[in-house]
Ligand binder design. Structure first.
Ligand code: C5P
Length: 318
C-alpha cells in the first residue's frame, strides 16, 4: 500500500483519570449502570509509540509492551498474560476491521505502561483511545469524529472521555452521564495537585459493580440537576463544593478493606482538601493546592510505615 503521508511514527501520551465525584444509579437492562461523574485527566500517563515498519507481512501488527522504571513486576505479568485482550489491541482490531486498508500497513505499536492497572485510573481505556487517535493520524485516514466516538463507546464506558481529552488537550474535566459516554465539558478546578495512593491491590471494574449491587445500597441518581451550578462552584471554590470526593463505591470498598479506611483518614489528617476513591477503586486520591504538600504527605506516610505495598504518584489535573 502506498504510504498515506510522510510521517513514519507518532508518539501519544495516554493520560490517567480520576473521578472527582461519582454517583452510580440503577443497573440497566443491558447490564450497565447509569451514572453521573466528573472525570479529570492527569499528567500521569502511558506512552504509546506507533511506527510504520518498512517491511513486514500485510496485516501484521507487532504489539510490544514495555514498562516504566519501577513498574511492579506483578502488574507487568498480568498485562503480559492478557496481551491479546489488551484494550490497545482490541482498539486496533476494531479499527482495522472497519477500515481494512490499515491492515496493509505493517505497524509496530509499543505501549509503555506507567499507569497502575485495576486502580480506577482508566489506563486501558486511555490506551485504547490513543490507538484510535494515533492510527488515524499516522495513516492519515481522516476518520469522521462520530465514527471514532462510536468505536470508543464499543471499547468501553470511559474511552469516549479519553478520546475527547486527546482531541482537545486544553480541557481536562468533563461531566459524564449515561453509562459514562455522554460528556459535557467543565472548567478545571483551581486546586489541581493530586496525590494518588495505590493500596497494593487491584479491583476489577466488573467486580466492584458486582459488590455494589450485592451491597443493596440505594442506587438512585440524585445529582442529575447539579450540572448548571457545578460549573461555577467547582471552579470558584472547589473546597466548598460538597460533592467533591464523594463516590458510590466508597462505602462498599471501605467496608471490605480496612487499609483504604486507614489511608483515607490519614490523608484527611494530613490536610488534604479532598480525598476520594477513583472510579471503582482501588486507588485513592488526595488533592492539594501545591505539589510540595503532596510530596510532604508521601514522606510522612512512608515514615509512618503504613504498608510496604503502597505506591505513591504525585501528579496534577491537566
Ligand atoms: O465499559 P467497561 O468495559 O469499562 O465496563 C466494565 C464493566 O463494568 C462492565 O462489564 C460492567 O460490568 C461494569 N460497568 C457498569 N456500568 C457502567 C460501566 C461499567 O456496570 N456504567
Amino acid at each position: 500500500m502506498r504510504p498515506y503521508n510522510s510521517m513514519n511514527s507518532i508518539t501519544l501520551h495516554c493520560p490517567a483519570k480520576i473521578n472527582l465525584f461519582l454517583e452510580v444509579g440503577p443497573r440497566r437492562r443491558d447490564g450497565y449502570h447509569s451514572l453521573n461523574t466528573i472525570l479529570a485527566s492527569l499528567r500521569l500517563s502511558d506512552r504509546l509509540l506507533l511506527k510504520r515498519r518498512l517491511r513486514g507481512p500485510a496485516g501484521a501488527i507487532d504489539f510490544r509492551l514495555q514498562f516504566a522504571k519501577d513498574y511492579p513486576a506483578t502488574w507487568a505479568k498480568l498485562l503480559r498474560r492478557g496481551i491479546d485482550q489488551n484494550l490497545a489491541m482490541r482498539a486496533y482490531r476494531l479499527l482495522s476491521g472497519q477500515y481494512p486498508q490499515i491492515r496493509s500497513v505493517p505497524l509496530t505499536l509499543t505501549l509503555v505502561k506507567k499507569i497502575p492497572i485495576q486502580a480506577g485510573l482508566g489506563g486501558g481505556s486511555s490506551d485504547a483511545a490513543g490507538v484510535l487517535v494515533g492510527v488515524n493520524q499516522l495513516l492519515n485516514l481522516h476518520i469522521p469524529w462520530r465514527n471514532l466516538l462510536r468505536m470508543a463507546r464499543v471499547l468501553g464506558s470511559d474511552v469516549p472521555f479519553f478520546l475527547h481529552c486527546m482531541r482537545d488537550k486544553k480541557i481536562p474535566c468533563f461531566w459524564a452521564s449515561g453509562r459514562g459516554e455522554h460528556l459535557k465539558r467543565l472548567a478545571a478546578p483551581k486546586i489541581r495537585h493530586v496525590l494518588l495512593v495505590h493500596p497494593g491491590f487491584g479491583m476489577a471494574t466488573s467486580r466492584a459493580y458486582q459488590l455494589f449491587d450485592q451491597d443493596g445500597a440505594a442506587a438512585r441518581l440524585t445529582s442529575s440537576g447539579i450540572l448548571p451550578t457545578l460549573k461555577q462552584e467547582l471552579v470558584a471554590d472547589c473546597q466548598q463544593w460538597r460533592w467533591l470526593g464523594t463516590n458510590s463505591f466508597e462505602s462498599v470498598l471501605m467496608r471490605q478493606y480496612a487499609l483504604l479506611r486507614r489511608l483515607k483518614s490519614r490523608l484527611r489528617r494530613e490536610g488534604a482538601l479532598a480525598v476520594g476513591v477513583s472510579g471503582s477503586g482501588s486507588c485513592l486520591y488526595a488533592m492539594a493546592k501545591r505539589a510540595r504538600e503532596c510530596r510532604g504527605w508521601v514522606r510522612k506516610m512512608k515514615q509512618a510505615g503504613l504498608s510496604r505495598r503502597l505506591r505513591y504518584y504525585v501528579t496534577a489535573i491537566e
